[in-house]
Design a protein around this ligand. Structure first.
Ligand SMILES: Cc1cc2nc3c(=O)[nH]c(=O)nc-3n(C[C@H](O)[C@H](O)[C@H](O)COP(=O)(O)OP(=O)(O)OC[C@H]3O[C@@H](n4cnc5c(N)ncnc54)[C@H](O)[C@@H]3O)c2cc1C
Length: 413
């Protein structure tokens, strides 16, 4: 029996049968409903194109960015004074949005929500003062595209002051920035970028105008996955910024950047849960209908146990990111739960995608069957999943953070 599926993108959601949001606040359930409607209506029809089109300089999807804005999703993480929804549990709700966007397009979720709304927005939010009042409402209203730049060609996991090459030196009326940042998400479209710079013996963060003289963005990188997440190098040559563009306390730039990164990492965990869920949904649907040796593939206990184990792990990963988000909303420290959420969700996405492809055989491996035009989503989920284990703090470093909470810095360093 052949089970060619034109509409593989519309499989049912196992979460509806196997899980529920009964323990979540009503406001979070409402946000999930709205984010899911948005994802089903806007991302599902575009997902194959978003996830499979190679990166180009003019490839930033303003239509999707504007649709996220119109759906009000950038308002979710923020208080009312900057135009946000003013939720009681804004981090939890924002992570829920990320799971829903990541279900169809991890590239869009990572660039346009984790990057824009969490990394850029939360850094401005924590900085307070005029920089928050001026720029955060524009992020919430989707009026500017933002980028977050800590990584450099030779400094990424390790951002200590001596590894950073991008510098800011104080001049009359402001600062001059020189250097180069690498892998910067959204940079080809960004209006403003948060830049971590070395300032003599310490670091400071600036919100730099991307249209200023001396700023140049390279062609976007060609990557294994997350094609909808455009990254590129940014070059800064004698770029002038004013004192008003300093974000947070001068000299404490790394602390300013790391605060938002802890939230971003929970987001990577939530996107991983979305990807894992999508891979499981597709594989469960396919293996229930595809027959081998006279019965569905799902009738073999090997796959029943495998997928049952994955269902347990997805539920666990979802619970960790939710607990991590809720903790932050209640004023508790982000770590080590943020690290746990990131490691668990990102590794799970890779594991489930790999098994889902195996169970679906050649159809799992295919992107598009040209004879009949069928599109298959699993290969892109597998490609997209891998970066979650690497970026926003490699998983090895996250395990170090968890071990540090267990043993103390005196032992772990
Ligand atoms: C798609 C994409 C989007 C990105 N977006 C942004 C962005 O918007 N802004 C930005 O600033 N950066 C961004 N980055 C950079 C990203 O955060 C870095 O790639 C990531 O931090 C890894 O850095 P690296 O590649 O230089 O690896 P390195 O720092 O060289 O690390 C390589 C590997 O070394 C290992 N390692 C490192 N430290 C330890 C340790 N203590 N113990 C054990 N093993 C260790 C890990 O396995 C790690 O993967 C992005 C990258 C990609 C690919």
């Amino acid at each position: 029996m052949t089970v060619a599926m034109k509409n593989q993108w519309a499989v049912g959601r196992l979460t509806d049968k196997m899980s529920n949001d009964l323990l979540l606040p009503e406001e979070t359930v409402r946000v999930r409903r709205e984010a899911r409607t948005f994802a089903d209506d806007v991302l599902r029809p575009a997902a194959h194109e978003l996830n499979c089109t190679p990166e180009t300089r003019d490839g930033f999807r303003y239509d999707i960015f504007n649709a996220i804005t119109a759906a009000g999703l950038y308002r979710v993480p923020y208080p009312a004074d900057v135009g946000g929804l003013g939720l009681e549990f804004p981090t939890l709700a924002a992570l829920t949005v990320l799971e829903e966007l990541g279900y169809y397009s991890p590239g869009i979720a990572s660039a346009m929500y984790d990057g824009q709304a969490i990394l850029v927005g939360k850094t401005l939010d924590a900085a307070g003062g005029a920089v928050r009042a001026t720029w955060l409402p524009k992020i919430v209203r989707g009026e500017i595209v933002g980028s977050f730049a800590t990584s450099e060609p030779e400094a990424s996991t390790d951002l200590s002051v001596n590894t950073l090459k991008t510098t800011a030196r104080q001049v009359d009326g402001g600062w001059r920035i020189d250097g180069r940042k690498r892998w910067i998400t959204n940079s080809v479209a960004a209006d403003r970028v948060l830049v971590l710079c070395r300032t003599e013996a310490n670091t400071s963060t600036f919100f730099v105008d991307m249209h200023a003289a001396g700023v140049r963005v390279a062609e976007p990188d060609r990557k294994m996955g997350n094609h909808a997440q455009l990254t590129a190098d940014i070059f800064f040559e004698n770029v002038f910024v004013t004192d008003a563009d300093v974000v947070g306390t001068p000299g404490a730039g790394l602390r300013t950047a790391l605060g938002a990164l802890a939230l971003g990492r929970m987001g990577i965990g939530a996107v991983g849960v979305g990807m894992a869920q999508r891979a499981l949904d597709v594989a469960a649907d396919y293996t229930s209908r595809r027959h081998v040796f006279g019965k569905p593939i799902a009738a073999f206990q090997h796959w029943q146990f495998r997928f049952a184990e994955h269902a347990i792990e997805i539920e666990a990963a979802r619970n960790i990111y939710q607990k991590a988000g809720m903790n932050v909303d209640r004023g508790a420290a982000a770590e080590p739960l943020a690290a746990m959420a990131k490691v668990k969700g990102s590794a799970l996405a890779v594991d489930v995608a790999r098994d889902a492809i195996q169970a679906c055989g050649g159809y799992g491996f295919a992107r598009e069957l040209m004879a009949d035009g069928d599109q298959w989503p699993l290969e892109s989920i597998y490609r997209d999943a891998k970066i979650g284990e690497i970026y926003e703090g490699a998983n090895e470093v996250q395990k170090w953070v968890i071990a540090r909470a267990m043993f103390g810095r005196a032992i772990t360093g």
